[in-house]
Structure formats: structure tokens, C-alpha cells
Design a protein around this ligand. Structure first.
Ligand SMILES: Nc1nc2c(ncn2[C@@H]2O[C@H](COP(=O)(O)OP(=O)(O)OP(=O)(O)O)[C@@H](O)[C@H]2O)c(=O)[nH]1
Ligand SMILES: [Mg+2]
Ligand SMILES: [Zn+2]
Length: 266
């Protein structure tokens, strides 16, 4: 990258100028992106991947996964108009997977594709979901993102590592995102395990949009700038009370709005 370092994300298309014998080059310009998945806190943004069309959230029963992180990924991806797929990996751990699957049932009820598999036996079932997309695999450390990618793309030879059972976490084995082609029209990006998925850059309006089942209700609230916390005439709060929207999702949304200090719509 010429000048200031950084700025490009895995999946970016760039214009380069070759230097010397032509075996090296400098990035002159990042071409316009169709999508950008990134996270942020109050101080900075961290790019995850660019130009992707589908986000594959990889979870597993062991180590235990954070449902809050799933909701954050969903909200970010929805706001980039990306397709989503949730993969429950390590299905060979039968007992633990059953409990995890029960938790995830909510997301398939919402309409998200949910696929149970084991990277150890048959990740090929995943291929049909990935074709035709530039996919980015995201999730906590130790869920098996790199193991699945190795099974799909043997040349990838991504490092993988045993999880820490003492800490119930992965070991942050993958340190850099990398793109692998599946065929001419499809690719997968392996990315480092996420501990957090800050959404500081999203307004409360965008956050609410990121919860797909809220959409029919939020436009019926009495106040146009309703943040759906405890405002009178809030159609979303009514929908939750009447059991038409799952309370767990409202809780995740409200925690996000409060914690990220999300701005009210202008
Ligand atoms: N039992 C079982 N273990 C698996 C499966 N997939 C992956 N693992 C194991 O889970 C551990 C973590 O796998 P990784 O592929 O390194 O996980 P990751 O998501 O890439 O982790 P980071 O790179 O740290 O984000 C390794 O010991 C894998 O062998 C699976 O389907 N079943
Ligand atoms: Mg990895
Ligand atoms: Zn409302």
C-alpha cells in the first residue's frame, strides 16, 4: 500500500503498479466495494472482508459459543445486504450438539439457513451452499473455521489448533484473513476468531433493521425516532408482549443499543 499503511481488506480488488522486475507491486488504489464487513469500537474500525456476498457464521457446541456474537454478526451482515448461513460444526459431538441445536432453532425459525455438520466427516454438504458466492467464515476461535476450509480446499493447509478445555476457548490460531478459490465463481475467506463484534458504527435504526423480524413492526411505532426501549406506542414492544417476536432477540437488540451508545436517527 502506498502512503498510509492498511486500508485494504481481504477480498478487495485493487489497482497495482508493478515495481522492479515485476514480481512485486504497490497498491495504488482500492476499487469500489460491493460490500464491507467490519467491526468497530469507539476508537477504530477493523475490517473483516470486502466484496463478500455471503457470511458463514461458524459455531460449535465446544467450546461454547456466544449467542450475542451471532446476533451481532447477523445485524452487521443484514445491513450490508449479505446472505447468511449458520453452520453448527462438530456435529460428531452428538450430546453437546443437541443442546446447541436447540438454542439455534430460533434462528432457523427466523428464516436463516442452518446447517449441522462435522468438518471431520462430511463438509462437502456445505459446498452447495457456498457455490456462486464469495463467502467469509466468521466466528469465535476454536469453532473449526480453518478445519472446514482445509477439508474443502486441501491446498489451503491452514494451521488449526486444539481448543483449551480449561478455558473453554480456542487459541486464536488464525491471525490473518485469506481468500481461497473454490471455482471460477466461488471463494471462501478464512478469518481470525472473533472475541468481540463491536457495532459502534451502526445507528439504532440500522441495528433494528439488522433484526429481520422487527422490520414490519418498527415502522408502525408511534414515534418515528422510536428506539424500542420503553417508548409509548412502540409496535415492537407490543409484538414481543403478544408473543409475535421472540423476547431473546429484543433483549439482544436492546443491549446493543444501550451498550454501543448508538445514535438516534437524525
Ligand atoms: N470433534 C470435532 N472437532 C473439530 C471439528 N472441526 C474442528 N475441530 C477441532 O477444533 C479445534 C479448533 O479448530 P480450528 O479450525 O483451528 O478453529 P478456528 O475456528 O479456525 O479457530 P481460530 O483460527 O482460532 O479462529 C481443532 O482441534 C479442530 O481439530 C469437528 O467437526 N469435530
Ligand atoms: Mg482458524
Ligand atoms: Zn418502537
Amino acid at each position: 500500500m502506498r502512503g498510509k499503511k492498511g486500508g485494504a481488506a481481504c477480498g478487495d480488488r485493487v489497482q497495482i503498479q508493478t515495481v522492479g522486475s515485476g514480481s512485486q507491486g504497490v497498491i495504488e488504489r482500492i476499487l469500489p466495494r460491493t460490500a464491507l464487513l467490519y467491526r468497530s469500537d469507539a476508537y477504530r474500525e477493523k475490517l473483516i472482508a470486502a466484496n463478500i456476498t455471503q457470511v458463514v457464521i461458524v459455531v460449535a457446541a465446544v467450546p461454547s459459543f456466544s449467542e450475542e456474537l451471532i446476533n451481532r454478526c447477523l445485524a452487521a451482515a443484514e445491513n450490508q445486504r449479505l446472505k447468511l448461513l449458520i453452520v453448527l460444526n462438530k456435529a460428531d459431538l452428538v450430546q453437546a450438539t443437541r443442546t446447541a441445536a436447540a438454542k439455534l432453532a430460533l434462528y432457523s425459525e427466523l428464516g436463516y439457513a442452518l446447517l449441522e455438520l462435522s468438518a471431520r466427516d462430511d463438509p462437502a454438504t456445505l459446498l452447495s451452499y457456498l457455490r456462486g458466492h464469495l463467502n467469509v467464515f466468521v466466528g469465535q476461535s476454536g469453532m473449526g473455521k480453518s478445519t472446514i476450509i482445509n477439508a474443502l480446499v486441501p491446498e489451503a493447509k491452514r494451521a488449526t489448533a486444539r481448543i483449551s478445555t480449561a478455558l473453554d476457548t480456542g487459541r486464536h490460531t488464525t491471525t490473518h484473513a485469506r481468500l481461497y478459490e473454490l471455482d471460477e465463481h466461488s471463494g471462501v475467506i478464512d478469518s481470525p476468531g472473533l472475541q468481540e463484534f463491536g457495532l459502534y458504527h451502526m445507528s439504532s435504526e440500522e441495528l433494528a433493521w439488522g433484526f429481520i423480524e422487527f422490520r414490519p413492526y418498527v415502522e408502525r411505532c408511534k414515534f418515528a425516532d422510536c428506539r424500542h426501549i420503553r417508548e409509548p406506542g412502540c409496535a415492537l414492544l407490543d409484538a414481543v408482549k403478544e408473543g409475535r417476536v421472540n423476547r431473546r432477540r429484543l433483549d439482544f437488540y436492546q443491549a446493543l443499543v444501550m451498550r454501543s451508545g448508538a445514535a438516534s436517527p437524525a
